[in-house]
Design a protein around this ligand. Structure first.
Ligand SMILES: Nc1ncnc2c1ncn2[C@@H]1O[C@H](COP(=O)(O)OP(=O)(O)OP(=O)(O)O)[C@@H](O)[C@H]1O
Length: 196
């Protein structure tokens, strides 16, 4: 797939008998981003799951960097009884990254002061910020972000935007699905909802 971190060719997605999209073509090289938008049920999460290798496409080819991080609504998988630092430390070991990256990531998302608080006490937006911290700490080249702005206040959305911009500057790529406005300069648009 040349130097692309994500490569989709002629990808179709049919779910529950409905064609969500057909013939989707996308390449994401280092530094690039794509923004998938569309109404509820248009297939945004399905696209993210196909790119993550969690859902086989109905047709077409998918190739993605082995170093990819998924941030989805159901994905945080943080043990509610552990403190934020320990829950993220667990994932740092799985992801094979140094523990000090967790502290850095928590600082970036503005949760370093809560690192000793159990996950179960977090608000919805704080949980999303912890999930983002895991993506940041994980060091994957390709980020697959499904509704990363859900539950975030405006300050946190701005943090998300700057974190993504920095990741791209450092040679990462991002596929982001959202129904909320998120600034993703020069992103390739993927407008879903047209196929039937
Ligand atoms: N396991 C499944 N089996 C059959 N159909 C499914 C399954 N999962 C999702 N769908 C259907 O696929 C369609 C697209 O769902 P998807 O979650 O990808 O949309 P979305 O654009 O992310 O929606 P939302 O904005 O509401 O999150 C929906 O009509 C949904 O009902």
């Amino acid at each position: 797939m040349t130097d692309a971190l994500l490569h989709l060719r002629g990808v179709d997605c049919v779910r529950g008998g409905r064609t969500l999209f057909e013939g989707l073509v996308l390449d994401l090289a280092p530094g690039e981003a794509a923004l998938a938008t569309g109404p509820n049920g248009a297939g945004k999460s399905s696209l993210i799951r196909i790119a993550a290798g969690l859902l086989p496409p109905t047709a077409g080819n998918v190739a993605a960097s082995a170093r990819r991080a998924l941030m989805a609504a159901e994905a945080p998988a943080l043990d509610p009884e552990l403190t934020i630092a320990r829950a993220l430390g667990f994932w740092a070991r799985i992801d094979g990254v140094a523990g000090d990256r967790v502290a850095e990531a928590l600082e970036i998302v503005g949760l370093d002061h809560l690192s000793a608080v159990p996950v179960r006490l977090l608000s919805t937006g704080q949980r999303r910020r912890v999930a983002l911290a895991r993506v940041i700490a994980g060091g994957a080249a390709l980020w697959l972000l499904d509704e990363p702005g859900n539950g975030l206040d405006t300050t946190s959305v701005a943090v998300l935007e700057s974190v993504i911009a920095r990741h791209r500057e450092q040679g990462g790529a991002v596929l982001l699905a959202t129904h909320l406005p998120i600034a993703l300069p020069e992103a390739k648009p993927i407008v879903l909802g047209a196929a039937r």
